[in-house]
Design a protein around this ligand. Structure first.
Ligand code: URA
Length: 222
């Protein structure tokens, strides 16, 4: 290997080690399990803000960590920040977010501040394209650390992308799997449609309504 290339690689490795990766294998370092645990949510937030593991960190205005009750029993996981979220650094603040807030308030009878909202990706993909597998692989460990710290009892996967990257099940169709209760570590995962999908397909709102009634009934029991 040429010297400048070696230096560049070494530089990358040092940077990743500072983020807590172990360098037993170059590919492995991108796996969720290879993260060291973070002390607390602020520590994790800081690491996300400094992250440059993928090119999205170059185009982002803000990384969007997530927000809500740090002791929430219920966590919603979306896909990635859109333009509104990128502008303000907060999740679900655009039209899809407004609809999600209505669902939380009017169907679950909770406040947005009672639950926690996060995404598979912390940075906005250009033109809101679907996150790539590589981007999701690199960013997911942050979400899993967030889940470890918040310890939700119910996780609602909003849309196929969220469901797929949370579970690594790329086969099941969201239209079939939605509304099911899937064991997910110490939590129950309930996939449903993404609110952006509902904005384009209002007739699917009734499906989400039934999925949320299920979530409500689990919520009230735990
Ligand atoms: N806003 C988010 O924060 N996540 C999404 O998945 C969509 C909009």
């Amino acid at each position: 290997m040429q010297a400048p290339l070696k230096l560049l690689l070494l530089n990358e490795l040092y940077k990743h080690r500072a983020f807590g990766f172990k360098y037993t294998h170059f590919e492995k370092k991108l796996e969720a399990q290879s993260f060291n645990s973070f002390k607390n949510i602020e520590h994790l937030k800081q690491s996300i803000w400094q992250c440059n593991l993928c090119t999205l960190s170059k185009s982002k205005k803000n990384s969007v960590f997530g927000e809500g009750n740090l002791n929430a029993k219920l966590l919603f996981v979306g896909e990635a920040p859109g333009s509104t979220e990128d502008e303000c650094g907060r999740p679900f603040t655009g039209r899809a977010g407004e609809l999600l807030t209505k669902i939380i308030e009017n169907v679950l009878h909770l406040k947005r501040e009672d639950v926690y909202l996060a995404n598979i990706l912390k940075c906005r993909p250009p033109k809101n394209r679907t996150p790539s597998l590589e981007e999701a692989k690199m960013c997911k460990p942050f979400l899993f650390e967030q889940i470890k710290l918040i310890k939700p009892k119910i996780i609602v996967a909003l849309g196929a992308t969220s469901y797929q990257h949370l579970t690594n099940d790329f086969e099941s169709k969201i239209s079939r799997i939605r509304g099911s209760e899937i064991p997910f570590g110490d939590a129950i995962l309930v996939p449903t449609y993404h609110p952006s999908f509902l904005l384009r397909n209002p007739s699917a709102k009734k499906d989400v309504y039934y999925d949320m009634l299920k979530v409500k009934s689990i919520y009230e029991k735990i």
